[in-house]
Design a protein around this ligand. Structure first.
Ligand code: DGL
Length: 262
């Protein structure tokens, strides 16, 4: 079935999932919406995150997607159940796959979760991890400065490194062997995060695990696509900024980025 997979995020963070989708499922057409104009979602009240998420899903539903990936932890934590209730196509989020990957990787069962305020407050990761491994210990840390620096395209700068070092400092009073990047924007800061911990922790991004779930669903429902296609991106923010991050992160020259307004 050659209909596209819909992917949504509050901004460019979901591109970390798109990168893995393109690697593992290169025949799958993708339509992406990044709500960059209203990013960040992390500090917003839950009702607002739900309403904004539904705006994106309604647009994709009209475009005729065959399944949806909520490639945003904040939106997954707050809106996954409601989106599943309202739409007929299969919907997956990024929290369950991330929790599963961390539980599999951790030797000690002590896991740190980095996320937005919304994700940390929802305790969605804590619940998902304890369900898989009741004796686990979870330390969560909100990192509100990370998303703006990624949205601005400044993730490779010295300033990004300094913000990462300062933000992660409080974690040093805990012992853990694995760190979940519980926000899809954070893999763009992964080299700084790895360096901060002197490469001594398992750094878990849910992107690869999420793609495993996507593939399983496409197989189960027999809706795999056979025709390779270039992804189509919509942003509610700056087309130029979005385009340059797509070119850099996906190594995709001249990506098709269009404007969307709600
Ligand atoms: N990328 C989003 C996430 O995974 C959130 C960024 C934000 O809008 O605060 O949580």
């Amino acid at each position: 079935m050659n209909a596209p997979i819909g992917v949504i995020d509050s901004g460019v963070g979901g591109l970390t999932v798109v990168r893995e989708l393109r690697k593992y499922l290169p025949n799958e057409p993708i339509i992406y919406i990044g709500d960059d104009a209203r990013c960040p979602y992390g500090p917003r009240p839950a009702e607002e995150v739900l309403a904004f998420t539904l705006d994106m899903v309604n647009s994709l539903a009209q475009m005729g997607i065959k399944m949806l990936v909520i490639a945003c932890n904040t939106a997954t934590a707050i809106a996954l159940d409601e989106v599943r209730k309202q739409f007929d196509f299969p919907v997956i989020g990024v929290i369950q796959p991330g929790a599963r990957a961390a539980v599999n990787a951790s030797q000690t069962g002590e896991i740190a979760v980095l996320g937005t305020m919304g994700t940390v407050n929802s305790k969605a990761y804590d619940q998902a991890i304890y369900q898989l491994k009741p004796e686990a210990t979870v330390y969560s840390l909100a990192c509100p400065e990370f998303v703006p620096i990624v949205e601005n395209g400044d993730y490779r700068t010295k300033q990004a490194r300094e913000i990462v070092d300062r933000t992660l400092q409080p974690l040093h009073s805990h012992s853990f062997d694995s760190v979940i990047l519980g926000c899809t924007h954070y893999p763009l800061l992964q080299e700084h995060i790895e360096a901060h911990f002197s490469n001594s922790k398992n750094i878990i991004s849910s992107a690869v695990e999420t793609v495993i779930d996507v593939e399983r669903i496409l197989n189960e429902q027999q809706i795999l696509s056979a025709a390779p296609a270039e992804p189509l991106f919509y942003t509610t923010g700056s087309i130029e900024k979005f385009q340059s991050i797509v070119e850099d992160w996906l190594t995709l020259p001249q990506p098709d980025v269009r404007m969307l307004t709600f």
